[in-house]
Design a protein around this ligand. Structure first.
Ligand SMILES: N[C@@H](CCC(=O)N[C@@H](CS)C(=O)NCC(=O)O)C(=O)O
Length: 221
């Protein structure tokens, strides 16, 4: 019997990426809300499970681990009926892995969370222009990746699409996507929005965008 528990919160982009994967695999799970804005991830009980105090975290029966990329890959390997979301073919998987590392290091850590920490967690009223440039650079990269293909890691939907859509649909809170400059990026976003599993992303993305829009900050030149 499947016995999955996901710890997370909907505004969190990596939590949403995992929720899209769980929906795509039609897996039932228990969802435990961890409000990081109220520092619930620093509670002794949570720290005992995850000393890195991040969400999402997955428990699968007796085992537990965190990081959305590791969780999504595990879920597909363990529970999917086929390998399409995380192909077994060495080259195809290398492309998915590259995009997952790109999301983790360049998109989420360097661009999205760094400005979000300033605006939402620290309440800074001025953010350096380079933080905005990091977001624009992400759009440039993804536009280039999508030049000759429909999805982030090739011509089929993979967990790399879930990962990237969760962060990029949140980044629009800071920089709108110019449809003339980024036609491929826009078309891919529309494609993702058509998927039934996108419902797992849309509510949280709206909540995230609303929190950023409510915060008062300006960009320092
Ligand atoms: N690379 C990680 C990032 C996880 C992460 O930083 N999550 C944020 C919420 S979006 C968090 O838990 N922040 C609270 C903290 O670091 O204490 C993943 O993909 O799961």
């Amino acid at each position: 019997m499947v016995n999955l528990t996901l710890y997370g919160l909907d505004p969190s982009p990596p939590t949403r990426a995992v929720k899209m994967t769980l929906a795509a695999l039609q897996l039932a799970y228990k969802y435990v809300n961890v409000n990081v804005l109220k520092a619930e991830q620093h509670s002794p009980a949570y720290l005992q499970k995850n000393p890195q105090h991040t969400v999402p975290m997955l428990e699968d029966g007796p085992v537990r681990f965190w990081d959305s990329h590791a969780i999504m890959a595990y879920l597909v390997r363990k529970y999917a009926k086929d390998d399409s979301l995380y192909p077994k073919d060495f080259y195809k998987r290398a492309l998915v892995d590259q995009r997952l590392h790109f999301e983790s290091g360049v998109v989420f850590a360097h661009a999205l969370i760094s400005i979000t920490r300033m605006v939402l967690f620290l309440g800074q009223t001025k953010v350096p222009k380079e933080r905005i440039q990091a977001i624009v650079e992400t759009y440039d990269f993804v536009e280039a990746f999508l030049k000759d293909q429909e999805y982030i890691a090739g011509d089929q939907l993979t967990i790399a699409d879930f990962s990237l859509i969760s962060s990029i649909s949140s980044m629009v809170a800071y920089v709108e996507i110019d449809p003339v400059k980024y036609p491929k990026l826009r078309a891919w976003m529309r494609r993702m929005e058509q998927l039934p599993v996108y419902a797992e992303n849309s509510v949280g993305a709206r909540l995230f965008i609303a929190s950023v829009k409510k915060a008062k900050f300006t960009v320092a030149e």
